[in-house]
Ligand binder design. Structure first.
Ligand SMILES: [Zn+2]
Ligand SMILES: [Zn+2]
Length: 243
């Protein structure tokens, strides 16, 4: 039985479905209608892609992918698309905890937590982050850290925006391979030999995660796993459609 205080909290701050935002019972994460939208990797039959976990014909991995595995619990479409956008642009930070729970379930289902050393996230340009007041990927990473008990490490920054932090010696050592993301100088050595769970709000083409993974691997990461609150379904293959 809910106490009076709990009832009052529920009236003042109603619990909402992670996907469609409808008011749901306290303690629940998604409503009954959205439950079937949660991807069940365990139920996928036949030949599957080990990276994204989908059946081979539904594989969402780019050919150039550098990360070892990726996972998301819901497709980035319809209500979930709106929900992620509210989280990203609308200040709905209450979503971090719910999304993290869904991601956590998917990570367990895919057996992706064993051997992970830390959780990190895709950084935003500093100017942009200041304007928004938060980085949604960081918020999701923090919530995921609370569930997994893995530490959150702020490893990367978006380099064009913070030239002062540019670690010339570290970058020179690696040649000109680095692109958009660079490690914080004090984290460059830490990355070596680590398996990093890299968090983003959404995986669309995978190019962003790939860029960040590239930097981590250049700096010696053992492996990079990628997790997001939502991800894009495999786009229709034009060649296949024509055939
Ligand atoms: Zn719902
Ligand atoms: Zn795949």
């Amino acid at each position: 039985m809910a106490t009076l205080k709990e009832k009052l909290v529920h009236i003042l701050f109603p619990n909402r479905c992670a996907v469609c935002d409808r008011i749901i019972a306290p303690g629940a994460f998604v409503c009954g209608d959205c439950q079937p939208r949660l991807l069940s990797y365990a139920r996928i039959k036949g030949a599957r892609c080990e990276v994204c976990g989908f059946a081979a014909r539904d594989c969402v991995c780019g050919k150039w992918r550098l990360y070892e595995r990726s996972v998301f619990p819901v497709f980035f479409e319809d209500d979930m698309r709106k929900s992620v956008l509210r989280f990203k642009y609308g200040g709905r930070l209450d979503k971090a905890e719910k999304f993290a729970f869904l991601v956590y379930r998917a990570l367990i289902e895919r057996g992706m937590l064993g051997g992970v050393d830390c959780v990190s996230f895709i950084p935003m340009a500093e100017k942009q982050r200041k304007k928004r007041g938060y980085n949604q990927a960081e918020e999701l990473a923090k919530a995921l850290s609370a569930l997994t008990e893995l530490p959150v490490e702020k490893l990367l920054y978006k380099c064009q925006d913070t030239p002062a932090q540019h670690d010339q010696s570290a970058v020179k050592r690696q040649g000109n391979l680095l692109g958009v993301y660079e490690p914080y100088p004090e984290k460059a050595d830490f990355i070596d030999g680590k398996t990093v769970l890299l968090v983003d709000d959404v995986i669309t083409t995978g190019a962003t995660a790939n860029e960040a993974a590239k930097t981590l691997l250049i700096f010696g990461a053992d492996a990079v796993f990628v997790a997001a609150a939502a991800g894009r379904r495999r786009l229709p293959d034009l060649k296949r459609q024509k055939a």
